[in-house]
Design a protein around this ligand. Structure first.
Ligand code: GRF
Length: 211
């Protein structure tokens, strides 16, 4: 008898901008054997270029503009939750989503929310990673996909890959090289998580072993 195929995980991608990582995930998820389906793209910015790209791909989009909520991050996140619940989301992928999320929200999604960061974490948390890698004289630079925890750009690492920093690199040339890595890495990492092959606990234990 044919083995029952596990249902695809329902994924929401949260963006704030151009959405090139979002596009890479959408493309990867078209493969019939991919274990996740991108069912929602949600932006906190009404003008995010990625929204149009998601719509062209036939994916449901939602905008939760953070501005009317002012300082009330909980109310903003309640609005996010409503959209996520309406689509029965299993996993969240942050992809250039430029809002900090509260500890409560992050804990609710613990083990079910990923982020991509353009550096070899734990190096260069935060912004301007390419500039800082050049300034530090790094020989290699890269990207990391990790489970999200309340502390920014931390959390168990699912996948990481690097590229050389070349003589004469500018912030832009290095960013382009790293972005190619990102577009390969995020689909791979989401596949592992959706299949249950990379879990929060297992990735955390591996990080501790590498310390
Ligand atoms: C990427 O470099 C990602 O690593 C960082 O924000 C950027 C988003 O780019 N978190 P895009 O919107 O996916 O093109």
């Amino acid at each position: 008898m044919a083995e029952a195929r596990a249902a695809k995980k329902r994924v929401a991608i949260l963006i704030s901008g151009r959405g090139s990582n979002m596009t890479a995930l959408i493309e990867a998820a078209k493969a019939p054997d991919y274990p996740a389906a991108i069912v929602l793209v949600l932006s906190n910015r009404p003008d995010a270029a990625g929204l149009a790209r998601a719509q062209e791909a036939g994916i449901a989009t939602a905008i939760v503009d953070h501005r009317p909520f002012g300082e009330d991050r909980e109310a903003f996140e309640q609005a996010l939750d409503r959209e996520l619940q309406a689509q029965r989301i299993d996993l969240i992928c942050l992809a250039g989503f430029m809002r900090l999320l509260t500890g409560d929200f992050v804990r609710r999604w613990s083990g079910r929310m990923l982020n991509i960061h353009p550096a070899l974490l734990p190096q260069f948390k935060g912004l301007h990673t390419h500039r800082r890698a050049l300034e530090a004289g790094a020989k290699r630079h890269g990207a990391t996909v990790h489970f999200v925890v309340p502390e920014m750009d931390s959390g168990p690492i699912v996948a990481q890959d690097s590229v050389p920093v070349l003589e004469g690199d500018t912030e832009e040339s290095l960013a382009r090289r790293v972005l190619e890595v990102e577009h390969r890495l995020y689909p791979l990492a989401l596949r592992l998580v959706a299949q249950g092959k990379a879990t929060f606990a297992a990735c955390r234990d591996q990080d501790i072993a590498h310390e």
